[in-house]
Unconditional design. Structure first.
Length: 312
């Protein structure tokens, strides 16, 4: 199977919203008047982000999910994606499964694959560009947190890191391999939240980006941060702390909002049937993050994750 046969067979789908999709030198899109385009890219590399025997369907899902998560964190509605794929050989079974995982997620949110690039590569590499739309002026910047804001998080944290450590815990492994991008939440937080970020590298590190960009500090209450029951029941306090505070790959949204928005956020939580938990407060002053433990004493936690470090 040649390059063009591969593209035609697995990735060429007629778009609806885009003016032009796969098959020409460029795709063409026309954003609606009054909207801004949100654009992001994320790369997954074999040996670094996934193992050679990783399930291709889950990979197709995850590679798109991490990009949709970035759009959600800006409050953008996902619209289009481009896929640059490097594979050692054209293996139909692998490609079919990968495409099935990719398109199942894409179809759920009306995302159209409108182009990409395909090449041979000694290691599998998956690089996706995702484009979304957001009404002018309402995107949620990391720099928008204000002193006095509440700090909120969606869902639970620590599940994906637990899945890495304990792949036999099924729900945790699912979190790691098939994260759910909080697309509806991101869109609904427009005008409600100030700053937002998705938790890809761990809560303390990612919230730290908001603090840096906004030039504010924060305190968190460790006990208020929701975590999987399986993590608590292990009874391993250090692992629990590391997974909840420093574990990556959960793709929940952390956001800040005025305390007067508490009722509106609770109502949104009920409507989306997604837990939204108030876990701390933003302060004026230096960009320090203090996490209070169960006894009220500040906890020590692992510093944020570095993509050029050896941890992952
Ligand atoms: P060009 O040489 O102009 O870059 P290519 O020959 O690389 O074009 O690709 C042909 C068409 O197929 C282009 O429209 C490109 O966007 C699309 N394409 C290539 N690889 C993929 C892929 N993996 N997924 C989706 N579209 C792809
Ligand atoms: Mg090309």
């Amino acid at each position: 199977m040649g390059e063009f046969e591969l593209i035609r067979r697995f990735f060429d789908r007629a778009p609806n919203r885009a003016l032009l999709g796969v098959g020409d030198d460029c795709a063409l899109v026309r954003p609606d008047a009054g909207l801004e385009l949100a654009i992001t890219t994320d790369m997954l590399i074999e040996g670094r982000h996934f193992l050679p025997d990783a399930a291709p369907r889950a990979l197709g899902h995850k590679s798109l999910a991490v990009n949709l998560s970035d759009l959600a964190a800006m409050g953008a509605a996902p619209r289009w994606a481009l896929l640059a794929l490097g594979v050692p050989a054209a293996e139909p079974k692998w490609l079919e499964e990968f495409a099935a995982g990719f398109f199942a997620l894409a179809d759920r949110f009306g995302v159209e694959l409108i182009g990409g690039d395909t090449t041979r590569s000694p290691l599998r590499t998956i690089s996706i560009v995702a484009l979304g739309e957001v009404p002018a002026g309402v995107a949620m910047y990391r720099s928008a947190a204000l002193p006095g804001d509440d700090v909120w998080v969606s869902g639970e944290l620590g599940g994906a890191a637990l899945g890495l450590k304990h792949p036999e815990i099924e729900a945790a492994a699912q979190r790691l391999h098939q994260p759910e991008p909080r697309v509806e939440l991101g869109e609904r937080l427009r005008g409600l939240a100030h700053a937002a970020i998705d938790v890809s590298d761990g809560l303390t590190g990612d919230l730290g980006h908001i603090l840096e960009r906004s030039q504010v500090g924060a305190t968190l209450d460790f006990e208020r941060i929701p975590r999987p029951a399986a993590l608590r029941s292990l009874g391993h306090r250090e692992l629990e702390r590391d997974c909840v505070l420093s574990g990556g790959d959960d793709y929940e949204l952390v956001f800040t909002a005025d305390p007067r928005r508490r009722d509106a956020i609770a109502a949104l939580s009920a409507e989306l049937q997604l837990p939204l938990s108030r876990i701390g407060t933003i302060h004026a002053g230096d960009t320090k993050l203090v996490v209070h433990g169960p006894d009220g004493v500040p906890m020590a936690y692992r510093s944020s994750f570095d993509h050029f470090g050896d941890a992952k």
